[in-house]
Design a protein around this ligand. Structure first.
Ligand code: ADP
Ligand code: MG
Length: 701
């Protein structure tokens, strides 16, 4: 007798063999017995109910009936033949029909023996029929591990075409459980099992594949979901602890003269309470001797820049340099200009480095950077080129993080002997549950309050037929001295169609807003950076009243006098993009407006997006809706994380479980950071196993 373990190759399993084994590998990623054990159904059919033939309804869904076949006949058709069996119970009779495989099936059917049949029924001329029923002899059905809830496994077309039906998978899994004798190592501690009243690992696996009733199925799902989330959180939190204990950081001991004089003399407003709180969190980090790795979330316009600037001044006061990296040249330039202006009169040297910085300027800049003469360097990706060397970079701030890959974040690290403190700022509100899974190893700060005096932006949804009245409205606003953005979708920068839309739009706007009364700017991705910058500057100086643009203006741009945002073909934008775009207005003292222009015909999702935008301007609420609509897979940053590879849990639907798993993981590590207590042995063994195969370590941060 061979012995089998979870590591045994799948092709050795009874009912599999080399051919099916290859298919399971290529189609479902199932290589071993263990992979199959953890291959979970994605839904279940309720087979607790049995129907009698006289209870069938014309529009009933899948039904299950016990009865006998009394007669089988082959009916010739134009093409091939059809097999029809008469099926009766004590209330009536119906037909079972096969259009394919008639010959083979005919031989296997037994007459006058009780069967359980299952499937959808059709009704035609007073007779019910069931095409291609799933059927099983009652004697076999009774012996089977399969219970009343029939599992339906994920599958692919290729598997089905190669005859690996759901039933085949179920049978293979039944063989698997027989071979393994149904014993699985417990992976959680008795403490957690008792606290949450979980069923055992063995029970859970048995009931996820062969649930005997809904209650046990629910318990099995709960246990396995919890476990999955728990081990992910355990990894993230351990990683954070290790970073904090191992990775030393620079200590910014004092709050010095530059910080203080800026704070008391230059700061043009009082910080909001949220800004103050975040600043405290940052100061605590940089004052400890561990490296800061913090994510700062704050809605558009919540005032993240000033927090970043204050953090940089802290570094400078302690003898370090600071860097601020932005995703676009426009944004980097704008940061540079506003920071230079704010620091006017302080002895802080600031320079800008982008793709268009001239070679000569670059050389000077490099030298000043290496000698430590330069305090703050602001720029684009150009900052992380190898040639750029700091004398002592103390803090790196990365604005609008979602635009940068993880790789770029870590590149900032390599610029020093010790890693600089890292502050990542993002205006894309990440729902809490997603943040826990994506950035569970980072510390998170949130600015959840807008500066005082902001008027809520009025948002309206209009159809293309209302364009003329929309133009009238724009004219009224422009007459009041306001400025207007009109944004076109440019989903794919190389898409000729999109450019045509943009140019057509530009022409029609130029007709309706003729010179010299109106001046119009246009900015899009195909323009040279210098030309873009020129147009942005004209708009910024209010030389033009209308900015026609693609989404290049999405991120960060700050023009307080612009008070109307028109978004063309708004249905083509995702919620987070719409929210970002809307955030370009509402930055000044005037009432601002956002107008979403769409076609009449909208998909259900698009309608929800428009309604959500009109209803709320709370970025976190919008992010939650977005997560629900699109699932985590399509949200920024999720591709590179483990949240997509969840086998059973769903971070949207199981968010409560996620929170609980996280707090269990936090408590566990607080008491037993190295998992060396006896009571946690199960967890340690499982954890080691999981970490070996997990990609989380490489993928996050
Ligand atoms: P974001 O968080 O989107 O990056 P910014 O940092 O660009 O926002 O700030 C938006 C605007 O709000 C800027 O004009 C900034 O000067 C202003 N601002 C920031 N904090 C405050 C505050 N506490 N009180 C008043 N205005 C503020
Ligand atoms: Mg910003």
């Amino acid at each position: 007798m061979p012995t089998y373990s979870l590591n045994t190759a799948i092709s050795y399993l009874k009912g599999v063999g080399p051919n099916r084994g290859d298919l399971l590998k290529s189609e479902l990623g199932i290589h071993t017995f263990g992979d199959l054990v953890n291959f979970f159904p994605n839904r279940y059919l309720d087979r607790t109910q049995f129907f009698k033939i006289n209870q069938l309804q014309q529009n009933s869904s899948e039904v299950q009936i016990v009865g006998k076949i009394t007669r089988v006949k082959t009916v010739q058709q134009k093409r091939g033949s059809r097999l029809v069996a008469t099926f009766v119970d004590d209330t009536g009779s119906m037909e079972l029909v096969w259009f394919r495989g008639a010959k083979w099936i005919k031989d296997s059917l037994k007459v006058n023996v009780p069967y359980v049949i299952f499937g959808k029924t059709n009704y035609f001329k007073g007779m019910f029929s069931m095409p291609h029923p799933e059927m099983e002899l009652v004697s076999v059905y009774k012996k089977s591990l399969r219970g009343a809830m029939q599992p339906i496994y994920p599958s692919t077309e290729k598997l089905v075409n190669k005859g690996i039906s759901n039933k085949v998978i179920s049978t293979i899994i039944q063989n698997l459980f027989e071979e393994l004798k149904g014993n699985f190592k417990e992976t959680l501690s008795s403490r957690i099992i008792e606290k949450l009243q979980l069923i055992s690992k063995t029970q859970a696996l048995l009931n996820i594949h062969f649930p005997t009733n809904q209650e046990l199925l629910t318990k099995a799902q709960f246990r396995l979901k919890f476990e999955e989330l728990f081990f992910i959180q355990l990894q993230l939190i351990r990683k954070k602890l290790v970073r904090k204990s191992k990775i030393k950081g620079f200590v910014f001991e004092k709050v010095g003269e530059k910080f203080n004089s800026f704070y008391s003399d230059k700061l043009p407003f009082d910080l909001t309470n949220a800004q103050k709180r975040v600043l405290k969190e940052i100061r605590k980090d940089v004052g400890s001797n561990a490296q800061m790795n913090r994510l700062l979330q704050g809605d558009v316009g919540s005032g993240k820049t000033i927090v970043g600037l204050l953090a940089m001044l802290l570094a400078i006061d302690n003898g370090f340099q600071a860097a601020l990296m932005a995703p676009t040249e426009i944004l980097a330039t704008q940061h540079y200009n506003s920071i230079v202006e704010m620091l006017d009169g302080l002895e802080v040297s600031v320079k800008l480095l982008t793709g268009s910085t001239k070679a000569k300027e670059r050389r000077i800049l490099h030298a000043e950077l290496e000698s430590g003469e330069l305090d703050i360097l602001i720029g684009t990706h150009a900052l992380i080129e190898d040639k750029v060397k700091f004398e002592n970079l103390g803090i790196a701030i990365i604005d609008e993080q979602h635009r940068f890959g993880v790789e770029q974040r870590s590149k900032m690290w390599q610029k020093n002997t010790l890693p600089p403190h890292i502050l990542v700022m993002t205006a894309t509100p990440i729902p809490r549950t997603l943040a826990m899974s994506l950035y569970g190893d980072l510390d998170i700060s949130v600015i959840d309050e807008l500066p005082p005096g902001r008027k809520a932006i009025k948002t309206a949804h209009r159809f293309d037929s209302q364009r003329l009245s929309m133009f009238q409205f724009l004219k009224k606003e422009i007459d009041k001295g306001r400025q207007v953005y009109i944004v076109y979708p440019l989903i794919n920068e190389s898409e000729a169609m999109d450019y045509k839309d943009l140019m057509d739009g530009f022409e029609s706007i130029s007709r309706d807003f003729p010179k010299p009364n109106y001046q119009i700017s246009i900015v899009h991705g195909k323009m040279k950076p210098a030309d873009k910058e020129h147009e942005m500057q004209r708009f910024l100086k209010a030389e033009t009243q209308i900015m026609v643009a693609t989404t290049v203006i999405e991120v960060g741009v700050n023009i307080p006098n612009a008070s109307v945002m028109v978004i063309e073909s708004a249905e083509r934008f995702g919620l987070s993009q719409l929210h970002q775009l809307r955030g370009r207005v509402g930055r000044g003292a005037d009432q601002s407006y956002c107008i979403l222009m769409t076609d009449y015909k909208l998909s259900a999702d698009a309608k929800t997006r428009m309604e959500t935008m009109v209803r709320t301007s709370d970025g976190f609420e919008i992010a939650e809706v977005d997560l629900k609509l699109r699932g985590p897979g399509n949200l920024m940053g999720t591709q590179q994380s483990g949240v997509l590879n969840l086998k059973i849990a769903d971070i949207v639907k199981d968010s409560h479980l996620l929170k609980s798993a996280r707090s269990f993981a936090i408590n566990l590590l607080a008491n037993d950071p190295t998992l060396s207590l006896d009571e946690n042995l199960n967890i340690k063994i499982a954890y080691t196993e999981i970490s070996k195969n997990s990609t989380i370590w490489q993928n996050i941060s």
